[in-house]
Every structure is written in C-alpha cells, then in structure tokens.
Design a protein around this ligand. Sequence first.
Ligand SMILES: NC(=O)c1ccc[n+]([C@@H]2O[C@H](COP(=O)([O-])OP(=O)(O)OC[C@H]3O[C@@H](n4cnc5c(N)ncnc54)[C@H](O)[C@@H]3O)[C@@H](O)[C@H]2O)c1
Length: 274
Amino acid sequence: MSKRSGPLAPGIAFVTGGARGLGNAIAVSFAKEGARGVVLVDVADEATFQEGKKAVEELGTECLTIHADVTREPDMQRAVSEAVERFSRIDYAANFAGIFGSSDTIADMNLDAWQKTQDVNSTGILIATKYEMRQMMTQSSIDGIEHGRVPQCGSIINCASVNSLQTMSSSAAYTASKHACAGITKVAALEGRAHNIRVNAVSPGFLLTALVKPIEGTDTGRVLWEGFEKRQGRKAVFEEVGDVVVLMSLPRMSLVNGHNLFIDNGFTINEGQF
Ligand SMILES: NC(=O)c1ccc[n+]([C@@H]2O[C@H](COP(=O)([O-])OP(=O)(O)OC[C@H]3O[C@@H](n4cnc5c(N)ncnc54)[C@H](O)[C@@H]3O)[C@@H](O)[C@H]2O)c1
C-alpha cells in the first residue's frame, strides 16, 4: 500500500546535455512533475544555457546551470559537487550529452573523429555515471514511503539510441558508442542495485534536434530522414522522450533496472515495408 501523494518527482534532477534538445526536454519534464531543483550540465554557450534555464524556471522550478564537459573527470566531479552544494542531493540523473560524431565508413575511418565520438558518447556516460553513483551511494531515499519495497536512493538514465540495437552504413563510430552506452548501463545496474540505485537506458527514435539537423539539411539526407520517420510512423516531439525519462526515474519503477527502453513508436520492430 502506498502513502504517496504530491508531485510525481519531488527530488533533484541532474541532466547532462541539459541546455538544449532532448536533455532540456527532460529537464522541463522534471520541472513539470514537481522537481525541487533541476541542474543543467553542458558545454553549451551562455545564450543556449539561458534559454534552457528559462524553460525550466518558467515552471517555477529552481535551476542551476553548470558548464562541464562529460569527457573530463574533474569537470564531472565538480559538477556533481556543485549540484550537491546547492541542492544537497541528486535523485534523478539523465545523461543526455551526446554527439553524432564521425560519419566515416570503416574503410575511411578517421581515428581522431572515431575517438571523439567514443569520448563523449561512451566514456562521457561512464564518467557521468561514476560520479552520480558515488553521490547516490551516500544518500538515503527521499521517498521511503512505499511499503514492502526497498528504499530508492537514486535513478540514472543513460541515453542510448536505436543504434544501440540496429545500424546502417557510415555510422560505425556512433553505433559503437551507443552499444557501449547500453553495455555500461547494464554493468552499472548490477553494481548499483546493492546500493538501491537503478541504472537504465533509453533509446529514442528520430527527433529533429540540432544533433541531426545536418543530416536533414541535404537532399540525400532529407530523403533518408523521411524514410526514418516513415518507419517510425510519424514525427515525434521532444516532450515524448522527456516524459518517459521522468516516469522511468520514479521509485515506483523500483524493479526496472538495466533496461534499455526504445522510445521509437515501433521503429525498431518495424521490419516490414516502410
Ligand atoms: N535526436 C535524435 O533523433 C536522437 C535519437 C537517438 C538518440 N539521441 C541522443 O540524444 C542525446 C541528446 O541529443 P539531442 O538529439 O538532443 O542533440 P543536441 O545536440 O541538441 O543535444 C546534445 C547536447 O549535448 C551537449 N554536449 C555535447 N558534448 C558534450 C560534452 N562533451 N559535455 C557536455 N555536454 C555536451 C551539447 O552541447 C548539447 O546541448 C544524445 O546522446 C543523442 O545521441 C538523439
């Protein structure tokens, strides 16, 4: 029996890549569901940060912006401690900093571009998860109100992609990095459960963010993108990813750990004509 009442997500959200795009949509969804505070961690410029912060504050939620690079351990250590200094804890982490990176074929792969993609999308996920988990290991549950369940000391959601399962030519760097993200998530889930921390991944389908705008900007790219959207059934809005991340972060998802949830309107199961 639950004694729960009040906002869905009353804790503190910490979102990497939170200044814009899907990360910012997640920050906004947490604000909508009553988060006490939201932290946006990004390498964005000041104007982008301010826009992202405004979207959160408009909902009456306190918002802290932190300029930090997920590929740099000292940055992420500092980001977590600044967040904790301000809000005392981190309840929901969402690791959405990411790049598409190299679109080289394997035969023509530029190794610097390959490495940059792995640094942000794979090592960046590892580093963010590392410092978020360390903080969550020191916390007790804010919830502690669900009879018969273990307390929930924190939730981490890592952003993978449909490329963590499927792939196409000229996406080796991105595909490898997203498979790595799914792998890191599984291991973190097993290591986190002894501390009542859940770690899951989500794999969004196709959303027209700044990350993918360059693809859509050419004639060939536009045809490709229309094909993706057709297979996905329709266009998607950022909020549809934000809301799922909030729901997966809630203590009532207590037995959902190490999962990779595809938010793609059936794109990955659609093997028929598209
Ligand atoms: N848009 C899609 O269709 C789609 C689909 C599947 C997965 N994704 C994933 O969603 C996540 C968010 O991407 P988006 O589509 O919103 O694009 P986006 O470019 O709008 O957002 C990415 C954010 O990450 C930040 N970032 C990049 N490198 C960083 C670093 N080293 N340290 C800190 N922040 C950094 C950027 O400044 C930006 O704010 C990415 O992981 C991406 O791979 C996107």
